[in-house]
Write a protein that binds this ligand. Structure first.
Ligand SMILES: [Zn+2]
Length: 372
């Protein structure tokens, strides 16, 4: 009986649970439906709002376009006005420029006429002006050349040129030589009855030489006391000793003529011995190709000095100037050169006219080359 009741209770409970479950399910479905419905309503509302918004936007855009168009039209009008104003300004500028240009052109016309006047006046004055200009130009060139030369003169490395002036015998020659105002090496004859004052004349110079007459192969007006190859050693010694006595401070002797004497080895040995005893140096004028001076000076252990260039083998200015150019070139080539000339009118004239050329070298005494 009890068992039956328990079974009934169990059934009741099961049915009750099932019933409750059904109710819960129904409630759940109802709730879901309600949510769906709400959502649909909300969507519909949103759509409406969107449409409304779109309408509003359209309105706003329309307003904006209208406003923009207004502004645009306004700006366009203003811009056009500004452009017109600018165009007017440009027109004004063009007109003013044109008038200025025209004025300038007129002025140019005046200038042209002035220029043509000036040209015509220049043409009238042209030879005079040209000559003044040329003078100025040459004056400037001279100044420039003088400046360059003075700079070069200060240069201690200028090539040295010793110019010996042979055959110095009288006061007139001394005056002519001194008038040149060039540093030269005058070489005086030993005194004799034809030119007794040579020692005195020589003493007027800071540096001088003695021009010793030696016998030539072809005699042409030989000097009175010319030394011959056959002269005794004693005669040669006496002659040199006398020269040393007459010319104080003498250091250098060169030969006048001497083709016969200098080509004689024995005679040259006597001469070199005599010179050595008087502390004198021989400068070979080289009047002959086979001079024994080099050979003998080596044997005597004496300095050998020889002439490089004769300036006036031809007695004309152009020739002497050409020879001077050669002497300068030689000095530039080997550092120094020795030239020999004579106190002739043409030689002195050529020296006078070659002063610019001679500024390329340092004119020196022989002592400045050989240090004695
Ligand atoms: Zn001479």
């Amino acid at each position: 009986m009890l068992k039956k009741k328990i079974i009934q209770i169990q059934r009741f409970l099961i049915i009750a649970i099932l019933f409750l479950l059904c109710i819960a399910l129904a409630l759940g479905i109802l709730l879901k439906y309600q949510e769906l419905k709400n959502a649909t309503n909300h969507l519909a509302k949103s759509k409406d709002n969107q449409q409304e918004n779109l309408v509003l936007l359209d309105d706003k855009n329309q307003n904006k376009i209208e406003i923009f168009e207004d502004f645009y039209n306004q700006d366009k009008n203003q811009s056009l006005a500004i452009l017109e104003q600018e165009a007017q300004k440009i027109d004004n500028d063009i007109n003013s420029t044109k008038s200025i240009t025209e004025a300038n052109l007129e002025q140019n016309g005046i200038l042209d006429s002035n220029l043509s006047l000036k040209n015509s006046s220049d043409n009238n004055l042209s030879p005079k002006n040209a000559s003044i200009l040329e003078n100025n130009s040459s004056y400037m060139e001279q100044n420039l050349s003088t400046n360059i030369q003075s700079i070069q003169k200060k240069d201690k490395y200028l090539p040295k040129l010793a110019i010996i002036i042979d055959d110095m015998a009288n006061a007139s020659q001394v005056r002519n030589l001194k008038a040149l105002n060039l540093k030269l090496n005058p070489s005086f004859f030993p005194p004799d009855k034809n030119h007794p004052n040579t020692p005195k004349l020589a003493s007027d110079f800071n540096f001088y030489m003695v021009h010793l007459p030696l016998a030539a192969i072809h005699y042409n007006k030989p000097e009175l006391d010319t030394l011959n190859p056959n002269d005794s050693e004693e005669r040669i010694f006496k002659k040199i000793a006398q020269i040393k006595k007459d010319f104080k401070n003498l250091k250098y002797i060169n030969n006048h003529t001497g083709s016969l004497f200098t080509s004689n080895e024995k005679a040259m040995k006597h001469l070199y011995k005599a010179l050595k005893s008087q502390n004198l140096l021989f400068v070979d004028s080289k009047t002959i190709g086979n001079s024994k001076a080099l050979k003998v000076s080596k044997e005597m252990a004496m300095i050998y000095i020889q002439r490089d260039i004769f300036l006036d083998n031809e007695d004309n200015v152009a020739y002497v100037k050409k020879q001077l150019e050669s002497a300068v070139k030689l000095a530039q080539k080997k550092g120094f050169a020795i030239a020999i000339g004579h106190p002739r009118k043409n030689t002195l004239k050529a020296l006078e006219q070659s002063k610019n050329l001679l500024d390329k070298v340092e004119l020196v005494y022989l002592s400045e080359i050989y240090g004695k």
